[in-house]
Design a protein around this ligand. Sequence first.
Ligand code: ZN
Length: 199
Amino acid sequence: MASLGPSIEQLIEALRCLPGVGPKSAQRMAFHLLERNRAGGQRLTQALSQALEKVHHCQQCRILSEAELCSRCSDQRRRQDQLCIVEMPSDVLAIEQATHYQGQSFVLSGHLSPLDGIGPEALGIPKLIGLFEQDLIQEVILATNPTVEGEATAHYISQLAHARKIHVTRLAHGIPLGGELEFVDSGTLSHAFSGRESI
Ligand code: ZN
């Protein structure tokens, strides 16, 4: 293909950082923005740079937040004795939408994956241990994905919690093995959450 010029090629390459976007879709998006929707492109640029500047991670639960403590962690009405541990921020929302969970959450932002160099540090485990040691948590709910890596991560965290005499539960049946919480329908997720089992 003849060169389209460095700017458009850089744009196409940059769009490919989005999940599920290959070269064809990236090219279609770039053409769409430049040919048909420059105003939308401006809004996208502004919204993206504002979000990149203002949104960080909550100091306590690591969910995305503009404030140092997110609205959940700063809400004193929430239960302090339950801590639900998930892989992704979207899992917190999925669980809260599917259940009446009103406890604390902790986002790992992934799972243990030694081959990719993702160890406990990258998942915020030292921070998690700090929460365990505050002696407020009575139940740790492990809601990592039922994949091999998610199970290994859950097992690792359960040992840390057991060592501190904290009761540990794991989401029950119904979540398809290898599945991701975010994509499980809320009825199934609600069942699995309320039927969680001690481990
Ligand atoms: Zn938080």
